[in-house]
Design a protein around this ligand. Structure first.
Ligand SMILES: [Zn+2]
Length: 352
């Protein structure tokens, strides 16, 4: 899960403004390819008005996007091949590879048929803790609590406060407040207990099982044998690695390889850092991923790929394909490369 943060929100506002310039800029700022990032792909989201709705796109949009990119000359390749193409400086023409974080079931039921139609490979990054229910999809839980309450009490470090959730606008503010509390104030190791305390103190029934929107192990075993699918690591428990000790962060990055090999029969070679933004992954974590033997690792930083990324295979940026801008022309603008320096303080080669 990610929320792209302020830079990406500004980017979204500016996309239309830059769309006319994109074709002109492409020869100067265009890259050798792009790693597309998806989360959910469904035509029937359970909560269409959800504040997390930006994490979802419609399968019909994915279909249009791939068709448009193919028309522009992009080859859709596996992540292994994308890495090879980066290593060779992009020889062979512009390429794209599709990735999806968290292993939502709709990746299999709704995205895969579209990908089959286009012969487009996908890498699905799996966090075993989320699949087992040992870790929470806390952003969904917070949203559910806020959705079903008009006010709630929050036992924060500086005392108990009442949070107003009485209107749609207040609900959005409440979700932002609770997200900040859980990800910034509560220590990473205590997140789970804090979320349960929030639910309990507001009379919210917290399901005891695993998140039902994610694939289970049987489904993952099935999907992992599909010729278009690569399984990647999303760490053991989907924690913010920067907030963990070195030992815990290394455990999250390394042990997931063994767990996925045991569960799915093959060791993953590619990693996606949870959250992937600047406050969740930096140079230390990139070093851990390299030490663990991964071939590549991706962030959620915004950017196209450039030949220079051959030297930064464990800090690769992606282009988010999300509900905020389900428009082929917006994606064309982002893929032109023009938004890469705009979202990264002028940097053309985005790493960490
Ligand atoms: Zn994730």
């Amino acid at each position: 899960m990610i929320d792209g943060g302020e830079a990406i929100r500004k980017l979204a506002l500016n996309l239309a403004r830059y769309s006319g310039l994109a074709p002109l800029a492409r020869p100067f700022v265009g890259g050798i390819g792009a790693i597309l990032m998806l989360h959910r792909v469904t035509a029937a989201p359970e909560k269409p008005n959800s504040v997390n709705r930006h994490l979802n796109i419609a399968p019909a949009f994915l279909d249009r996007l791939i068709a448009d990119m193919k028309g522009q000359g992009y080859a859709f390749v596996s992540l292994d091949e994308a890495i090879e193409r980066i290593r060779t400086g992009g020889k062979g023409g512009q390429f794209a590879t599709i990735t999806a974080d968290d292993a939502y079931r709709d990746n299999m039921t709704e995205a895969l048929p579209v990908l089959e139609k286009h012969g487009a490979p996908i890498t699905i990054y799996v966090a075993p803790g989320l699949i087992d229910g040992a870790a929470d999809l806390w952003w969904d839980v917070i949203e559910d609590i806020v959705d079903t309450r008009s006010r709630l009490t929050l036992n924060a470090a500086n005392g108990t406060t009442v949070v107003d959730c009485s209107t749609p606008g207040r609900k959005a503010q409440a979700v932002a407040r609770l997200n900040a509390w859980l990800t910034l104030e509560v220590p990473e190791e205590e997140q789970r207990a804090a979320l349960r305390d929030l639910a309990r103190s507001n009379g919210f029934e917290f399901g005891s099982g695993r998140p039902c929107t994610l694939m289970n192990w049987d489904e993952l075993r099935t999907v992992s044998t599909h010729p278009l699918v690569t399984i990647g690591s999303h760490t053991v428990n989907h924690r913010n690695l920067k907030r963990l000790s070195e030992a815990d962060a290394r455990h999250e990055i390394e042990d997931v390889r063994r767990i996925l090999a045991e569960k799915l029969g093959g060791e993953p070679h590619h990693l996606a850092y949870p959250y992937g933004y600047a406050s969740a992954v930096g140079r230390r974590e990139v070093g851990f991923a390299r030490d663990a033997g991964y071939v590549s690792a991706v962030t959620t930083r915004h950017g196209v790929l450039r030949a220079e990324h051959a030297g930064f295979l464990h800090a690769l940026p992606r282009i988010s394909v999300n509900g905020r801008y389900q428009s082929v022309s917006h994606l064309r603008t982002m893929l032109s490369g023009i938004t890469t320096p705009l979202a990264n303080a002028g940097k053309m080669v985005v790493t960490v």
